[in-house]
Design a protein. Structure first.
Length: 277
């Protein structure tokens, strides 16, 4: 009588193989998160990033009056959004970065540090004041329209550099038809901010801030042969997360304003009420 060998449980063997694959992929993912494999942080740091601290600054003894003219803080890079398939004519950064600068100045020390006067829409203000003067003259009202508040400081600068694909890379693993990969791309945006004296035209303060912009893509795929190797089944899924360039630009500008305030304090252009740094 022929002796039969031990029966092999095919389903159990497949389950064990899948479990091993899962453990390998989990170990691979954990190594990425724990730093065993070098990986950039999601929110790559700005040099001396102090975005939250901008709102917590102490108030000054005397509020400086500042102005930002239209075009005085603009995008000088001329960079367009990158696309490998077709040409894009949209700019890589916002066309009106002075909006973020005005917001940062108005929110410094919870809105109590600078007095910001409107100069971007100065033509509209002038026209409205002319209408008021004309109306008062027609109705013979003697009330005089008060003068506009003039600024002692001008804020100028802009986006001077926008680099794409400054650093790229990725990691991946595959075993027994199961694979996973993760890729990243790193861009940078650089802004400069100058504080100029209206009285002398001298540049009192100049700061430069660079912010990293990170894009991360994760994907996984599985393929199997079924029906005795005659049929192939393949599954694939993935997702990409891009850090907003607008948010990165806003954070860089807020950091530039924060550094400007501290440098102005060190040079004696203004002082804090509390006397703290």
């Amino acid at each position: 009588m022929e002796r039969k060998g031990p029966m092999i449980n095919v389903k159990k063997l497949i389950f064990v193989l899948k479990l091993k694959c899962l453990l390998i992929l989990l170990a691979f993912t954990a190594s990425c998160k724990t730093g065993a494999i070098a990986w950039p942080q999601k929110h790559a740091e700005v040099a001396d990033l102090k975005v939250d601290a901008l709102y917590l600054l102490p108030t000054p003894k005397q509020k400086p009056v500042v102005a930002i003219y239209g075009g005085a803080f603009a995008d000088f890079t001329g960079q367009r959004k990158s696309n490998s398939e077709f040409a894009l004519f949209s700019s890589a950064v916002t066309a009106a970065p002075e909006t973020y600068l005005i917001r940062a100045l108005k929110h410094a020390a919870n809105g109590e540090f600078f007095r910001v006067v409107e100069r971007v829409g100065i033509d509209n203000i002038t026209k409205e004041r002319q209408i008021i003067r004309s109306t008062r003259k027609d109705f013979r009202k003697s009330d005089k329209l008060g003068p506009l508040l003039f600024a002692g400081l001008l804020m100028q600068g802009g986006v001077v550099d926008y680099e794409t694909n400054l650093r790229t890379g990725g990691v991946g693993a595959r075993t027994l038809g199961i694979g996973a990969s993760r890729q990243f791309r790193e861009d940078t945006v650089t802004v400069t901010l100058r504080t100029v004296s209206v009285l002398t035209g001298e540049i009192l303060i100049e700061v430069l801030v660079t912010k990293k912009i990170l894009s991360v893509g994760t994907s996984g795929d599985v393929f199997r042969f079924i029906e005795a190797g005659t049929q192939l089944v393949e599954l694939e899924a993935g997702a990409t997360e891009n850090e907003s360039s607008a948010i990165a630009l806003r954070e860089a500008i807020e950091t530039a304003v924060y550094n400007t305030i501290l440098e102005g304090k060190e040079k004696g252009f203004w002082s804090f009420e509390s006397g703290d740094e």
